[in-house]
Design a binder for this molecule. Structure first.
Ligand code: SF4
Ligand code: SF4
Length: 551
């Protein structure tokens, strides 16, 4: 399905989608200002998709604003930089904003109030740099997708050996209720966004750039149209407001009519999507030499007296921001990071702002009515009608509820983008998306368990092999010893026999000599008797008679 807009660009429509109440106007009345410096900043080493960063400084060390304090580990990872100058007060586990509610490794900075920058090295003319060098600089600056995904940006800007990038899309849609940080950034810093867009375009060598903004943000559209005046290859495209249009695959479909393959990437069809906030961060990194150390955050909800957007240093406790916006911590019934559709609940107020914190929603029952009791599915099909991925949520629900993990995968559970449209329209109040998150979690756990048991099985097999090998070695050694012993015994036997033979020979010789001596003696005495006493001659020594015998 497609339709013509008043402008030249043709737009397509994705399947489904919903129109939840926007609640955006409440946080766009005040201009953006810098948030107050907190007493300390807590910086998780894992603020992005991929491996956590590794500290490069020690506890007690002084750091400068913008200095890298943790380097990336591996290809999919991002560094962390000091948001201000000060001292590393601690490196250890602290609570972090994550659906699990668990703690993780963090670095704590106590600001010195000096705001003393490291030496910044802006690039005078980025067009003279090869794309690979630009990507490296973007990596060194710690830039990740600021739309909420947190994927390291430099990887996205590397088309590799894919075919050339035809279209670079800047995503200014911001379709989730309550969130207005991108809207305010587009209104207040359109030049930064265009500066970053040109850098990314150069890194990708993209032929055309589209900036997509929903039609509920007229001021942002006007600001960016003014900023791109004179650029023939950049177009600001106004798209009709529909949730979840800001989702990458849905936005690509709307702007280009192309479908990203279920198991593929936007790169595969010659398209790259970047968030407007990410583009502004790229501009600051390349054109000002400043790494990612702050971001715009929406502080909103009925528990906040003066909802607005603040430019916040990463690591700032959320409680400080709520209080700065006249929030009443006691009135908060649900604290959410992100929006009501795709955000997640936080269990404490002192968690730090991280690179992916776009909104802190301090909600009361007025904003988010309590969950109504879940009723049986009446198979009305409303959930399937609104699913932007064309899934069958009622089937996924059925199999998720009954832990049939093979079947949920058959029904493409992992294509679910967890947009919450199905839950939003369900007349039976079934929290469908929660069932899907649990099912995904169960499958991942099962995979991990399987991986663990495969590792254990391989270890067991290896151990058995080692035991068998050692047993065989011991047997061979024993056999070798036995053979050596046998050989020794045989030799001893032989020596013994030889000695016995020699002894026997010696005895025989001795007996023979004795007999000869006796015979000689008898012979001599016989001669004497025959001659009488006158014939007697002096007796010869024995050896003389021997000599005679020899002669
Ligand atoms: S919308 Fe709810 S009740 Fe209707 S089919 Fe889907 S899960 Fe069942
Ligand atoms: S949460 Fe998943 S199943 Fe439900 S509408 Fe969104 S994509 Fe479809």
């Amino acid at each position: 399905m497609s339709r013509e807009t008043g402008a030249t660009r043709r737009l397509w429509k994705f399947h489904g989608g919903v129109h939840p109440p926007q609640h955006k106007e409440i946080s766009t009345t005040l201009p953006v200002s810098a948030a107050r410096m907190p007493a300390r900043l807590v910086l998780p080493l894992h603020q992005h998709i991929g491996e956590p960063a590794e500290p490069t400084v020690a506890k007690g060390e002084k750091v400068l604003k913008g200095q890298m304090i943790a380097r990336p580990q591996g290809y999919v990872s991002a560094p962390v930089h000091a948001p201000t100058s000060g001292t590393i007060a601690d490196i250890g586990d602290y609570p972090v904003p994550h659906p699990s509610g668990l703690s993780a490794a963090c670095m704590v900075i106590e600001p010195d109030g000096e705001e003393c920058w490291m030496e910044r090295q802006p690039i005078e003319d980025y067009t003279t740099l090869p794309p690979s060098e630009l990507r490296n600089l973007i990596r060194e600056a710690g830039i990740v997708g600021l739309g909420g995904a947190g994927f390291p940006a430099y990887i996205k800007y590397n088309p590799g050996h894919q075919k050339a990038i035809q279209t670079l899309i800047l995503n200014g849609v911001e379709c989730e209720p309550f969130i207005t940080c991108d809207d305010m950034l587009m209104r207040e810093a359109p030049g930064d966004i265009i500066g970053g867009l040109r850098v990314i375009q150069h890194a990708l060598q993209a032929r055309e750039c589209l900036i997509a903004i929903e039609d509920n943000k007229p001021q942002a559209i006007a600001a960016l149209r003014q900023a791109v005046a004179g650029y023939d290859d950049i177009e600001v495209v106004e798209v009709p407001t529909l949730y979840p249009q800001g989702s990458e695959k849905q936005l690509i479909k709307v702007l280009t009519g192309k479908e990203v393959p279920a198991d593929g990437l936007a790169l595969n069809i010659g398209v790259v999507c970047a968030n407007v906030g990410t583009a502004a961060a790229v501009h600051r990194a390349i054109n000002r030499g400043e790494p990612l150390i702050s971001r715009y955050v929406t502080i909103t909800g009925s528990a906040v007296g003066a909802p607005r957007n603040l430019d916040v240093l990463l690591g700032t406790p959320m409680r400080d921001l709520i209080e700065e916006c006249d929030g009443d911590l006691g009135r908060i019934e649900r604290l959410i990071m992100g929006g009501p559709m795709m955000g997640f609940a936080l269990h404490r107020h002192d968690l730090p702002v991280i690179k992916t914190t776009n909104c802190i929603l301090a909600a009361t029952a007025k904003d988010l009515p309590p969950q109504r009791p879940e009723l049986p599915c009446i198979r009305c099909g409303a959930c399937a009608d609104v699913c932007p991925v064309n899934l069958l949520p009622q089937q996924l629900y059925w199999y998720s509820k009954h832990h049939n993990l093979d079947k949920v995968q058959e029904y493409d559970l992992f294509d679910c983008i967890e947009c919450g449209c199905c839950s939003y329209v369900c007349p039976s109040n079934i929290p469908l998306v929660q069932y899907f998150r649990y099912a995904k979690g169960d499958i991942w756990t099962q995979e991990r368990e399987k991986e663990k048991s495969d590792i254990a099985r391989r270890r067991h097999e290896f151990r058995q092999l080692r035991i068998e090998r050692e047993k065989a070695e011991r047997l061979a050694k024993r056999n070798r010893k036995k053979s050596a012993l046998k050989a020794d015994t045989a030799m001893a036997e032989r020596d013994k026999k030889k000695a016995e033979i020699q002894a026997a020979i010696a005895r025989t010789q001795a007996r023979r000599q004795a007999a000869m001596k006796e015979a000689e003696k008898r012979r001599k005495s016989f001669g004497k008797e025959a001659r009488g006493p006158m014939d007697e001659t002096p007796q010869q020594p024995d050896n003389a008679s021997d000599n005679e015998r020899k002669e």
